[in-house]
Write a protein that binds this ligand. Structure first.
Ligand SMILES: [Zn+2]
Ligand SMILES: [Zn+2]
Length: 250
């Protein structure tokens, strides 16, 4: 019945889908146009880097240089062990993410999770993750939007990985300004004490943190720090989309 009122549409072009394409959620030809992350990626956050010899993207490089490591030596430090992303945030996927976020296209979570398992399946299944945790949205914002797209994605990923999705593991206790409006220092202050992890997090030693779009990584880093404070030991990160790491590198 619902399908008659809201016939399934392509997650990429928003056109109607033939019955055989409905399970996938997108036209095969549209999916081919998407920029899957390929080639050399940042060892830390998984975003593409320009040259194979470069280990980290510019944001990760900067973070590692600035953050005082609690370890000795020159080992780069982050609360996130490793991050991966499915798509480069360019071209058609931008519209997909916009509708997923603002236009109530909750069903895109399934398409995005399928894509994630096609490109990162062995990492997602073999990583030993004990729970998927979405990057939280401030409760008031979530109430007005009706859902948190990161949570929908985390649920779809968790289901395929046969692990629990634990959206209440960490919550956003302050409404922060959008990170993209701020400089580095403001970003850090903006995120300080913005998140609170529940005590039960301690039972999930190895967590897969999930978000829709990875930009500079400061939000993910702040959430990971709070999860570790609450007793988690290893945080990994999955984003549906990531920026390119080499625009500012030259
Ligand atoms: Zn299409
Ligand atoms: Zn990076």
């Amino acid at each position: 019945m619902l399908r008659l009122i809201f016939p399934p549409r392509c997650a990429v072009c928003d056109g109607l889908l033939e019955p055989r394409e409905q399970r996938r959620g997108a036209h095969a030809s549209c999916e081919k146009r998407l920029s899957f992350v390929r080639g050399p990626v940042c060892m830390h956050c998984g975003r593409p880097v320009a040259r194979g010899e470069r280990e980290y993207c510019c944001d990760c490089g900067r973070r590692f240089l600035q953050t005082k490591s609690p370890y000795r030596g020159r080992r780069p430090f982050s609360f996130i062990r490793q991050g991966k992303a499915v798509f480069v945030y360019e071209g058609d996927i931008k519209q997909t993410m916009y509708r997923f976020k603002y236009d109530n296209r909750r069903e895109y979570a399934s398409f995005l999770a399928d894509c994630a398992f096609e490109s990162l399946g062995s990492w997602l299944l073999g990583g030993g993750f004990l729970a998927a945790v979405p990057v939280p949205m401030y409760w008031r914002k979530q109430r007005s939007r009706g859902y948190n797209q990161a949570e929908l994605l985390a649920e779809a990923v968790a289901e395929r990985a046969h692990i629990p999705c634990v959206p209440h593991a960490v919550s956003r206790i302050r409404n922060t300004r959008p990170q993209k409006e701020l400089n580095d220092t403001e970003r850090e202050n903006n995120l300080k004490s913005a998140f609170h992890a529940a005590d039960f997090v301690v039972q999930y030693k190895r967590i897969l943190l999930v978000d829709d779009i990875y930009t500079t990584g400061s939000t993910a880093e702040a959430v990971a720090e709070e999860l570790c404070r609450a007793g988690a030991q290893e945080i990994f990160f999955l984003a549906a989309c990531t920026g390119k790491g080499f625009e500012e590198e030259i």
